[in-house]
Write a protein that binds this ligand. Sequence first.
Ligand code: NAD
Length: 354
Amino acid sequence: MLHVGINGFGTIGKRVADAVRVQPDMTVAGVSKRSPNFEATIAHDRGYDLYAAGDDGRVPFDAAGLDTAGTVHDLVEVSDVVVDTTPGGVGATNASLYEEHDTPAIFQGGEDPDVADVSFVARANYDDAVGADSARVVSCNTTGLSRLFAPLEESYGIEKARITLVRRGGDPGQTSRGPINDTLPDPVEIPSHHGPDVQTVFPDLDIDTMGMKVPTTQMHTHSVNVTLESTPSAEAVRELLGRESRLFLIPETLGIDGAGKLKEYTRDAGRPRGDVWENCIWAESVTVEDNDLYLFQAIHQEADVVPENIDAVRALSERTASARQSIDRTNDALGVGRGLVEHEGNAPRSTADD
Ligand code: NAD
């Protein structure tokens, strides 16, 4: 079993810990936090060993009556791999800690690309991370775009991608975020940082991105236009995308017209926290005009990077033979694809080629 430590037990960290726990080849070595807030009590209730990461060490946890197993240094020492899920920018300050202990580390998309040896999306470049000392699981938006581009590039070639990202203002717990009642070009400069971030995974991709922020905490929505190097039919594209295990084509018959119903659907399906690990593509939006492909997809910012972190752990520790093996194992254990009806006419779901 791989002992996986999670440093930073917030929105992403608690989901990664729960995902590690259900993998057949991994166990949670422990989780670390700075403060003994409600998430620390959840870690305790889940039975995860809790380690103190703040400057005051175990003192605040002792005061709150929460047992700790040590400090973050002890956590790194007992971990085969550490997943750093601290807030954006904090991960880079932890890099020397992981190096000191010679412990492979996975960072998140809030860090600059140079924090790690490779920027990672399992479907796009798993092999680049095999045996590396560190990887950065790219942001939720970059993950969502990369999962879409990988099969399109392999099957049709991509001449140019133009994406408008309509981004949620904050996560449900981020009470300080906004806008409350506005629609912001964000960032107002073009391209937004998302295009260059996708190029850390697809270095040769010609892509322009524009970002906006709107007052919702549900999901991001991407308006996608990809100029392909060939001219497939819309039906062929739907079938191609429908075969991808981490893309969900929303059948028109479900009557899902937005992120609210999507989240309701996954809650009804029994997903933990209502998480949507898959890109959700409206099947009837998939349109091809000459060699221009258009579609809308929704991305659950709190969830889509979770299976990618699990695959990154396997890649760094060289525990599986291939991307496909890891993706399938992660999907099976976590339940990716489970509870969602298949789009009519899709081929049976499977992971794409290695
Ligand atoms: P978060 O604020 O919800 O959680 C961060 C956790 O780390 C908190 O529990 C905090 O107490 C703890 N922490 C703070 N400083 C720490 C330190 N020095 N050592 C240990 N723990 C510390 O943040 P998040 O939303 O989970 O984001 C984590 C990373 O994931 C960021 O890089 C972010 O950009 C990225 N990410 C976030 C989302 C999202 O939508 N939330 C999506 C994809 C990627």
